[in-house]
Design a binder for this molecule. Structure first.
Ligand SMILES: Cc1cc2nc3c(=O)[nH]c(=O)nc-3n(C[C@H](O)[C@H](O)[C@H](O)COP(=O)(O)O)c2cc1C
Length: 212
């Protein structure tokens, strides 16, 4: 087991705003592997995320190399779907990170004495906003920015109706939800995603002051 610290000096430090603006989803990768220590540093740094009640129930399943990643693609792009898949070089990504979260950790945490939110400790149904997914999103964004900072590429995608089969294949415990998969690798020129023509919304469009 390697030990990790935040912001190891081996990491590059890109200007923060530059990293924010440079980050985008990449959908083509070379097969060149990612250094395992660098990957571990990126994952460790991503845990420096906010978390409701510091519950921090986000965990990772890392698949490295074609033997492991093909087990994933064989389920999610089975049979002829694989040949027809639009982004063939996305399948070459040397790393897939599956981001998981344990929803039941939140009622458990909010039943602790310093929280004592009895209503939220009953179960996940009582939560008007599922903070376990919010927390996962925060970790994910840290990871995506860390990847950008290393001038590597990443693409996040959903598991949709493959979640249960993927969880079964890799032995993910029943109380975890698989939030998303993040392919990471050395980027190649790619075709943009289907949503890329949609302009990023500007502050004036989304900002409401005083009253909505
Ligand atoms: C929750 C979430 C789910 C996404 N799911 C997919 C997906 O299934 N397939 C995909 O190609 N991109 C997916 N994306 C990437 C978005 O299409 C992309 O972030 C968006 O078009 C903005 O482009 P950019 O991230 O390159 O700036 C997802 C992004 C998020 C945040």
């Amino acid at each position: 087991m390697r030990s990790h610290c935040y912001l190891p000096i081996a990491l590059n430090v890109m200007d923060f705003v530059k990293a924010l603006k440079k980050r985008r989803m990449h959908r083509a990768f070379s097969t060149e592997p990612i250094d395992s220590d660098l990957l571990d540093s990126l994952l460790a740094n991503s845990l420096a995320a906010p978390s409701a009640g510091n519950t921090a129930a986000v965990e990772f399943l890392v698949l490295e190399g074609p033997t492991q990643t093909n087990r994933y693609w064989d389920i999610t792009l089975a049979g002829p779907k694989r040949e027809k898949f639009r982004w063939q070089q996305l399948l070459d990504a040397p790393v897939l990170v599956l981001v998981a979260t344990r929803p039941s950790a939140y009622p458990e945490r909010y039943g602790e004495s310093d929280k004592a939110r009895a209503s939220l400790s009953v179960g996940t149904e009582q939560w008007s906003v599922p903070f376990w997914f919010v927390d996962a999103g925060c970790v994910i964004q840290n990871l995506l920015l860390g990847v950008t900072n290393e001038s590597l590429g990443a693409c996040l995608f959903g598991l949709f109706d493959n979640e249960a089969s993927v969880a079964g294949e890799f032995g993910v415990p029943d109380d975890f939800r698989l939030v998303a998969t993040i392919a990471i690798g050395h980027q190649l020129p790619d075709e943009p995603g289907r949503s890329s023509d949609r302009p990023r919304r500007q502050l004036a469009e989304v900002l409401h002051r005083q009253d909505w």
